[in-house]
Design a protein around this ligand. Sequence first.
Ligand code: PLP
Length: 370
Amino acid sequence: MSSAVTTQRAYNFSAGPAVLPVSVLEQVRDEMMCLPGSRCSLLEMSHRDKVFIDILHDAENTVRSLMGISDDYAVLFLQGGAALQFSMIPANLLAGSGKSAAYIQTGVWGKKAIAEAKKEGDVNVVYDAAESNFNHVPGSGDYSVSDDSAYLYFCNNETIQGVQFQDEPACPAGVPLVCDASSDFMHKPVDINKYGLMYACAQKNAGPAGVTVVVIRRDLLDRGSKTLPGYLQYKNHADADSEWNTPPTFAIWVLGKVARWLQDDIGGLEAIEKLNRQKSSLLYDAIDQSGGFYTGHAKPDCRSLMNVTFTLPNDDLQAAFIAEAAANDLVALKGHRSVGGIRASVYNAMPLEGAKALAQLMNDFASKNA
Ligand SMILES: *Cc1c(COP(=O)(O)O)cnc(C)c1O
């Protein structure tokens, strides 16, 4: 961080849109007025210009290489956020299939996806953690999925509650596994071949708002009814290389830079997982060593590496904590109203120093106020 503006930056724990790597923001700043090698800004360039097509392909190929995605899968860059996927998935894979889709509900985002899927077809909620205020994910023996389900849907990391699957949920062979990875996309290596479809809006862990990445096994592309509105048809986007209509060029550009940063500066997904474990452990240790001053929301075996959620003994202490954090350049820590307390989002781009500073504040605040 060099210029006067960058030194004003605090450690930003926002849940989304969220922290981006400083080096990526600097590149965007430097290239904004005129893209190197072009005579205009990327913002002013046709999406059919070869320069942009190369940027799109580079973003796609970097995501493919980071995640080990083979050509059996299409990688699509869409608009409409994660919310449109709540509808597009059942519109393509459930409606008209004569089957029912299985959903695991472990938090608010899964709940919203279920509400939308019900508009498209028959939904079977095979596991619902609502009664425990979404503080855990199920084990493989806690639910069952019929072999002829259209797919099994789950949200890997529930951003609001801070609960995360540690491994893929059990799913019968032959039933496509569908994952909302919006808040933990590319946070660790995954075996994508276990999935039928994985998607993520970018603005949590992968880039700016405006683009949603959909990784879909090609054999699923044909399932959408021909009468679907064109934009909602996955096959249209796959056939047109994400240029069926104008894609979100700015967001794709930045997402590609974030992916390159992950690959070149961080060293890939194993390296980022190690860093993510370090950062979240600092915060969970502060909770566990506070003698009950902080209460973690998630059960310890399904704690999120991305969103650390906890409460303080009362609202006054919580407000004092947030104020003291802000005075120490630690911002956007207020939890979602449905969970209360604090939510510290420590996505890929949060530096280790930010997590260290927050853990230090948690320790100091607890010893002063317990
Ligand atoms: C933020 C979020 C969403 C909603 O994303 P939008 O782009 O606002 O539609 C869905 N799922 C998860 C897990 C999220 O974190």
